[in-house]
Write a protein that binds this ligand. Sequence first.
Ligand code: ADP
Ligand code: MG
Length: 707
Amino acid sequence: MSEVLSRDVKFVGGVGEARARLLLREVGVRTVGDLLMRFPYRYIDRTRVLRIDEVDESMESNYVQLRCRFVGKSYTGEGAKRRFTVEVNDISGSAELLWFHGIKWIEKRVEIGREYMIFGRPSLFRGRMSMVHPEIEPVEQALSRKSESGFQGIYSSTEKLSQAIGTKSMHTIVHNAWQLVAADPKAFADPLPEDMRKRNGLISLREAIYNIHFPQSADKLRAAQYRLKYDELLGVQLTIQARRTARHHRANGFLFPRVGHLFNTFYREKLPFALTGAQQRVIKEIRSDMISGRQMNRLLQGDVGSGKTMVAFMSMLLAVDNGFQACIMAPTEILARQHYASMCRFAEGLDIRIAILTGSSKTKERRAALEGSLSGEVDILIGTHALIEDGVQFANLGYVVIDEQHRFGVEQRAKLWTKNAQPPHILVMTATPIPRTLAMTLYGDLEVSVIDELPPGRQPIRTYRYTDSARLKMFGFLRSEIAKGRQVYVVYPLIKESEALDYKDLYDGFESMSRDFPLPHYRIAVCHGKMRPEDKDAAMAQFKSGGADILIATSVIEVGVDVPNATVMVIESAERFGLSQLHQLRGRVGRGGEQSYCILMSGDKLSKEGRARLDAMCETNDGFRLSELDLKLRGAGDIHGTQQSGDAFDLRLANLATDTQIMELTRNEALRILDADPQLSAPEHRSLQELRDRHRRREHIDFSEIS
Ligand code: ADP
Ligand code: MG
């Protein structure tokens, strides 16, 4: 690294010993390089000055700049509650500025009757604007100050740090640091080869660093952000793709060369329906992995109802045909039991032994599962988290399927494949579609299969939004569906599984349902997480067999539950569910040939986001589109898995979820480079090694082995 960049930050003009200590303690900045690698998280256009009446709700909690006269001041409260208020106005209206601390310091700077530039985040209450702890500067002084550019960067800070170094001084300090770099052409030498920069239209690193701090124009700022994101994501891709390449070179996969008796018999004689093209393709993809000599790590994405279970079952037959055991782990007891029931049905007449193990397995069932797995007598073991317990051992586990993989933690999943000295083939299945970009990063070193086709004859589910005033209409509709012999789900939100109170909604709902749907005509079953497993089972079994018309439940039925005769899904307080959860719940209907419906009940008053979610549900049935939308609404942080991978890399500008285009470009570059030089050991790649390691925070997550 260049000498300038490793210099102690205390030597930068405007810093000194005390501020240097604070910078280190509060934000981990030790050197000039550290300081310049902290980028602004937003910019204000200093050339733009608003009138008070131009500030509207859309600007709330964004920085704005105003030019106002101070017309009055007042103090309220005592002690810690003391606050200082300044009344200000311009030709368009008035506003108030508030200070809760640092009052002594600020009141000395306030001169009533004088004009100030005011800079801060507005909040609006009944049309009146106020600003807490704004920056103020007398107008004459602000106008005389020569600024580096019209944009001023805002750096993230802490309370202590911002008291010592405000927005303006931070700006000055960073500028002084840049002066040191400007004098040293070796600082921020470009790690990317010239041809690669040309090919990707990237500006130089030095130019990018300068413009990220002091944008000379909006275009320059964009170019700088693009370049710096590119470097970050190239680092990420070099890490991930190197793992993939390494895994491909490792020949340690079990070989399943035979398409044997079980698979063939099942395929020819027992298959209950014709496979969709997508199911066939995915089975082929899995099979080609199983004969490749490499260990399979495959993610199977398929929207709810696309028929993943059959793919899992048939690929497990391939393992058993080759003398290996297979297991499938599901996130809930209900789902594990359902898999057990349907797989036993599929396997009728085949020479194959299937066992189940869950947390509530009774002694006999448990013993059969444990002993059978250990001796090798059990071919397919189905279960919940119970499968990862230490007591569960296999004679020769060759294949592991994880259903609804996002419901499991990384460590939980990883435990399953350490049960063998040699890692089994792994298929993780999810119905929560992950947008393509995110999949590329989270699972960049996995193979991805997609079932993008629903079984034939499915009609798109019709989705409607009702408020409480339409409840009677909704009940009328349920009656007419039940009269046709169909079944109905009614789902209530659950806030915290641990508190009995949270079942109040469900039980209130049950009571009002019992009133509106009186016996003997209607049979209502209830199912929620707090019930004893056998009661849950009984309720599910009753509903599944048609012994109940209505199933009142919490989101325990969210994943996997398959009752094709159910045609209506009513979701109460739908605004309280996330988008992917709503989509999952809706996926419980529309599984047979009948027209199905999803009714979203909500209050009249909805947040902007809540409304957007419900509207999106009414608009589309496409899980991939919904997940892209979800990303936009929530940001990437909340999408499963991002947290894990987000933490593994230290990214300052790039967003794993939304920087699609750069992600693809860097991925291709990374593959090209690694193909020629897997270790990055060539002299011209040395700087890329640094780039790669700069953004790697933790080593212990190895994506190729977690899922
Ligand atoms: P998911 O992908 O959500 O796990 P399932 O495997 O539960 O979906 O399948 C949903 C329903 O579709 C089940 O009732 C299943 O038997 C049925 N199914 C699966 N594949 C087909 C097919 N090719 N043709 C007709 N029905 C199918
Ligand atoms: Mg499923």
